[in-house]
Design a binder for this molecule. Structure first.
Ligand code: ASP
Ligand code: MG
Length: 405
C-alpha cells in the first residue's frame, strides 16, 4: 500500500465532467489499495477571473482581502471533488489550507510556508478517507487566510507529501510530462522519462513553465519524489529524482527559452568599489529580481552594467535606474524589451567541456547574434533577439541530438 499525494491543476478540474473524471481516477487508485491525499487548484481560469473581478470592483487591493477572495477558488474545487468522490462510494473530506495545517508568514498574495502540521489529513487517511486539500493556501501567524501565490498548488502538494512522508507526489496537469523543449516550438520535442531535480530546477528557472519552480526547489531540498503527468491521458509521465551517479548523463538534456525579461544597461557608471552594491541593493529593496548581470571592462574610470529584469518589473526598475544614474553621475539608462533568453541544460555538462562552444557555433550558423551570456555548472544561457529565439531553440534542439530520430 502506498500513500500518494495527487495534485490536479486548473484544467484538470476545469468543469463538472473533468471533476468526475478525476474523481474516477482517484477512486481507481484507492481501490487498488493506495491511500490518497488530493490537492486541487481552482477550476480552469477561475484564479484569473477572480483577479479580474477585484480589478473591476476596486482600485485598492488589500492583501488580506485578495487572499480571502482568491482562495475561494480552490475551496470550491475541494468541496465539489468530495461530492464526486462520494458518488463513487469513496469517503472523502475537503480541507482548506488552514485546516490542512499550512502555517505561513503574513506576506499576503505570496505567503511563505513556515510549517506544515497535517494532523487532520493524517487522521482522515488513517480512517480510510481521501483528504482533498485546497492548493496554494494557508493561515498566517496573524490567523488570517493566505494565498501562496500563482502556481502555489504544486508547492502545497510537495510540502504535504514531505510532511506526510508520502511515497510519491504526482502532479497531474494538461501536458504529459516534462519535455526536452517546448513542443509548441519544436514538434520533435520528446517527453523525458526522468529528469534530475537540479536539471528541472534550471529548466523552470529559464522558461519551462511546469511544475512551478518553487515546488521543485522544495522537492529537491526534502527529497520528495515527483511524477509530472497528464490528467487527460493518465499515461506515465516524467519522474523527477536525484541524479543516479552510475548513469551516463546526457550532455544536454533540454533546451528552454524565456521571453519574460527585458535587458537594461546603466551606461557610464563610475568604476569604483560600492557602485554595483548601490545599484543592486536599491533594485532589491524594490523587490526586483534581476538576473544575468554583466559588467563591461572599464575605460577612463567608467563602466557599463547590463542585467535582465522581468517585464512586469520594468517600469519600477526604470524609475529606480534613472534616479541611480543621476545620483551616481552615470550617463544613461538603455532598455531593450525585444530580447529573449535561450538556454541549454544538462547534468552531463559538469564533466564535458565544449557545450558552450557548440552552442555559440550553432547560433553563429543561424546568424543569431548573442547579446549576453551566463552559465551555471549545468546550464549555458544566451540572450538573443526575441524574433530569432524560436529559430535558436529549434537549431539547438537538433544540434544536441534531442529530436526524435
Ligand atoms: N489557482 C492558482 C493559480 O492558478 C494556484 C495554483 O493552481 O497553483 O495560480
Ligand atoms: Mg493553476
Amino acid at each position: 500500500m502506498a500513500l500518494l499525494v495527487q495534485k490536479f491543476g486548473g484544467t484538470a478540474v476545469g468543469d463538472a465532467e473533468r471533476i468526475r473524471a478525476v474523481a474516477d481516477h482517484v477512486a481507481r487508485t484507492v481501490r487498488r489499495g493506495n491511500q490518497v491525499v488530493m490537492v486541487v487548484s481552482a477550476m480552469g481560469k477561475e484564479t484569473d477571473d477572480l483577479l479580474r473581478l477585484a480589478k473591476d470592483v476596486s482600485s485598492t487591493h488589500p492583501g488580506r482581502e485578495m487572499d480571502m477572495l482568491i482562495t475561494a477558488g480552490e475551496r470550491k474545487s475541494t468541496a465539489l471533488m468530495c461530492m464526486a468522490l462520494h458518488d463513487l462510494g469513496i469517503p472523502a473530506d475537503s480541507f482548506t489550507g488552514s485546516q490542512a495545517g499550512f502555517l505561513t508568514d503574513t506576506t499576503h498574495t505570496n505567503a511563505k510556508i513556515l510549517a506544515v502540521r497535517p494532523d487532520r489529513i493524517q487522521e482522515a487517511v488513517d480512517d480510510g478517507r481521501v483528504a482533498v486539500v485546497g492548493g496554494s493556501q494557508g493561515v498566517s501567524t496573524d490567523n488570517d487566510v493566505t494565498f501562496l501565490g500563482r502556481g502555489g498548488s504544486d508547492t502545497t502538494a510537495v510540502a504535504l507529501a514531505h510532511a506526510l512522508g508520502a511515497d510519491a507526489c504526482e502532479l497531474y496537469t494538461d501536458v504529459t510530462g516534462v519535455f526536452t523543449t517546448d513542443p509548441r516550438v519544436v514538434s520533435t520535442a520528446r517527453k523525458m522519462p526522468t529528469v534530475s531535480f537540479d536539471e528541472l530546477l534550471e529548466m523552470t528557472a529559464t522558461g519551462c513553465p511546469k511544475p512551478a519552480m518553487r515546488s521543485v526547489e522544495y522537492a529537491r531540498t526534502h527529497g520528495v519524489r515527483l511524477h509530472v503527468r497528464s490528467a487527460f491521458t493518465w499515461q506515465e509521465g516524467t519522474w523527477v529524482t536525484e541524479e543516479e551517479p552510475e548513469m551516463e548523463q546526457a550532455i544536454v538534456s533540454a533546451v528552454t527559452h524565456d521571453m519574460s525579461e527585458a535587458k537594461m544597461t546603466l551606461a557610464g557608471l563610475p568604476d569604483h568599489p560600492g557602485v554595483a552594491a548601490r545599484v543592486f541593493r536599491s533594485l532589491s529593496d524594490l523587490g526586483v529580481n534581476v538576473d544575468m548581470i554583466v559588467q563591461n571592462v572599464s575605460a577612463q574610470g567608467v563602466t557599463d552594467i547590463s542585467f535582465t529584469v522581468p517585464h512586469e518589473d520594468l517600469a519600477k526598475t526604470q524609475e529606480a535606474a534613472s534616479a541611480l544614474v543621476a545620483e551616481l553621475g552615470a550617463s544613461e539608462v538603455l532598455v531593450d524589451t525585444a530580447i529573449a533568453r535561450v538556454s541549454v541544460v544538462g547534468a552531463g555538462m559538469r564533466s564535458n567541456p565544449g557545450v558552450a562552444a557548440t552552442m555559440f557555433e550553432v547560433l553563429a550558423t543561424e546568424e543569431i547574434n548573442i547579446a549576453m551570456i551566463s552559465t551555471s555548472a549545468i546550464r549555458v544561457s544566451c540572450v538573443v533577439e526575441q524574433v530569432r529565439v524560436e529559430d535558436a531553440v529549434r537549431a539547438l534542439h537538433d544540434a544536441f541530438g534531442l529530436s526524435v530520430v
